[in-house]
Structures are given as structure tokens and as C-alpha cells.
Design a binder for this molecule. Sequence first.
Ligand SMILES: [Cu+2]
Length: 69
Amino acid sequence: MKSEKIGVYGMSCEHCVKTVTQALSSLKGVNSVNVSLKNKSADITFDEGIVSDEDIKKAIENAGYKTSE
Ligand SMILES: [Cu+2]
């Protein structure tokens, strides 16, 4: 299991937080997700044998947000 903090840019309210949380939670291999509007980030714990950093970033982008400023 791997823990990582990933930047999430473009969120403006709690609804955005919920959208990102749901997008990440629905990925296979993701164990826990904690999205922070204030810190513009997602703390995520995942099984790197099942899901990759790239998959996670792609899920954030597909949800309509950015992973870099
Ligand atoms: Cu919002």
C-alpha cells in the first residue's frame, strides 16, 4: 500500500471536493481518499500493483480538475 499527496487544482467548493472524492474512490485499488479544498490536494492510499499514479491523475482530470497549476 502506498500513500501519496496529489495536487488538485480548480476546486471551488465542497461540491467539487465531493466530485473528486467520488472519482478517486471509484478507482479499483484505491483504499482511502481525503480531498482538501483548502490545501488543493488529495491524500490517497492505494495499492500500486492495481492502480498507478497516472491512473489517479487521469481520474482527477476526467472529473474536470487539474493536477498541476
Ligand atoms: Cu465546486
